[in-house]
Design a protein around this ligand. Sequence first.
Ligand code: PLP
Length: 448
Amino acid sequence: MTADLRNAKSFLFYQTEHPRPVLDRAEGIYMWDQDGNRFIDGSSGAMVCNIGHSNPHVLDAMRRQMEKSTFGYRLHFVTEASESLAAKMCEHAWPGMDRVFFVSGGSEAVESAMKLARQHAVATGQGSRWKVISRWPSYHGCTLGALAVTGYDALTDPFTPMMQVMPKVPAPTAWLDGLDPDDPATGAHYAAMLEAKIIEEGPETVLAFLVEPVGGASTGALVPPKGYMEAVREICTRHGVLLIHDEVMSGGGRLGTLYGGRNWNAAPDIMAVSKGFGAGYVPLGAIVARGDLVEAVLAKGGFLHGFTYAGNPLACAAGLAVIEEIERQGMMQNSLSTGALLKAELVKLMDRFPFIGDVRGMGMLLAFEIVADRKTRAPLAPTVKAFDRIVEAAYRRGLIVYSRRSRGGYSGDHILVAPPMITTPAQVGEIMERLTGALAEFAAETGL
Ligand code: PLP
């Protein structure tokens, strides 16, 4: 059975033109529809199902929690589940980042991070600071606050009258700009744009800088150039600007660390997490913040913010079991080793398909860019519908990959390949066979 998503009773944010089968069950990296067709979850949903589907330890933990209680309102109870998960999350965070505020998703986490930053400014006599600088392109969520810091015109334009659009600086797209990402001058070049923007806006008005350690859907697994993260940290500190890492997609272990930003020696002040922490088992998100920052806010009347489902015991029990499984099965190490193998295989595709302009990413957060010309990096015309066709050709072969039109949403295509962290080398082979077939079909149809 297939369903035309355009007519489904429950409607979607993304109107795919193609019918989709009805999901029956999922296990490990595989998903089956009701007709028994098997799909490889090559993008972990939307970089969510990091530990694979139907993990027995997580299901057990959820069952046990459900039998005890499924809800305890935050103002009435602390739960063992929420406290244990918060402690585990802090164990992996930078020293001093020892407070957690739970929410249910990524947009909520980004909103919460910005509101905590604002309340901290007010609490510490810096009420003139309210601007959150972010990058273009970027995606930070779909609520109006998170959208205001999102650099993705197609998504933001219709809503601009409804929100205070925040200042943006260019994302460090070294490849696209023809710069060497390993040259420290490149990192310094993009970081200098942040400093210039802070000065242009007036440092006394700038509250925070929001950045994804490794870019997700908007930039296609963009790894920061050498020195960028450290320079950004230094600039923020010097201007009294808080640094917020959006770890919604880069967190959860696929970069080899529970928080992707830990790959650089540049601690943020607040982190927003979601996707991989609930890992597709439950809606879960959080901010992890410097304790002194939280204390300052709590001392001045409290954090004026909160969601009814925050800290839900079922979500927290699942989230704790997810991290326990990541640790027990060494999934972060696997993400690095199998991710390196997968990346090497993607790089090999460049020999066969001249329209692959770049392969990038780290661990199990990888992407390749589709171009008209590898030398000039010119994108294909949107009318070619490259990402749509490649994704569909892969889907027909039983491989799910994820893509967005990059470079702000209107020119350029990339495909994200980010299977669960439990993927084996043999399964990399299965992914590559299907992906190569899809690319060969696209090449034959377009003559590229
Ligand atoms: N931030 C980043 C980096 C994301 O990739 C996303 C979702 O894709 C979000 C925030 C928003 O998360 P959610 O869709 O859970 O609200």
